[in-house]
Design a protein around this ligand. Structure first.
Ligand code: GDP
Ligand code: FE
Ligand code: FE
Ligand code: FE
Length: 195
């Protein structure tokens, strides 16, 4: 079992290896970038760096599982049947957290929740949720128009970085005419809409 209390360099190494075995080299490089950024943001904004490290290393753990594996898990755990109408983009966080719990022995609910919401965000996000959501977007290997501004915001105003990412992700999805997961809209309404 891995927790923020028993988290040693050796346990981190072991977790890294378990994660690496589940994904391409490129995705693993991304995961290490997210960890670096998440730990930096955790220190800056005052949440637990060990939790940030564990959540970051595990956040895309299940991303390369088959659709069938996700569908099986949704049914086995009697998760919301509406999930069956979505795909890997949505499953790898929400359902992926259950693979993380079962296979990596990570049971810390704060960590699991940060993994669940890392793709869509949520109206209510803890500091750790925000750190992982933003670190995933601005980690050093990411390259897209606007990443510089997102990085700048991440280091100065975490909530503004959440808003920036949410707005730009929604714009991207609309432009591609991709389906918008309702939670993504809830995140937009909470974090982007001016009150
Ligand atoms: P990654 O796993 O590190 O590539 O990053 P994310 O987990 O943040 O995002 C995975 C994919 O989900 C990206 O292609 C996002 O654009 C996409 N995504 C985020 N929100 C939504 C949504 O509401 N609907 C759909 N269809 N895709 C989304
Ligand atoms: Fe992801
Ligand atoms: Fe993301
Ligand atoms: Fe990611």
């Amino acid at each position: 079992k891995i927790s923020s209390e028993n988290y040693t360099p050796a346990i981190r190494e072991q977790l890294m290896q378990q994660v690496q075995m589940q994904m391409s080299e490129k995705r693993f490089r991304h995961v290490l970038g997210v960890e670096e950024m998440a730990v930096a943001l955790a220190k800056k904004y005052g949440c637990c760096p060990n939790k940030a490290s564990i959540a970051a290393l595990a956040h895309d753990y299940a991303k390369e599982r088959s659709d069938d594996a996700f569908i099986f898990m949704i049914k086995k755990l009697k998760m919301d049947p509406d999930l069956l109408n979505w795909d890997n983009a949505i499953w790898h966080g929400i359902v992926g957290a259950e693979f993380v719990r079962q296979e990596l022995g990570i049971e810390d609910e704060e960590i699991l929740q940060a993994i669940r919401v890392h793709t869509t965000g949520a109206a209510k996000m803890s500091l750790l949720d925000q750190v992982i959501y933003v670190a995933d977007y601005v980690e050093p290997n990411r390259d897209f128009p606007g990443v510089q501004e997102a990085r700048q915001l991440a280091l100065t105003n975490l909530a503004a970085a959440v808003a920036y990412e949410t707005k730009h992700t929604l714009q991207f999805l609309l432009k591609k005419e991709l389906p918008i997961y309702p939670k993504t809209i809830e995140t937009y309404n909470q974090w982007v809409v001016k009150k």
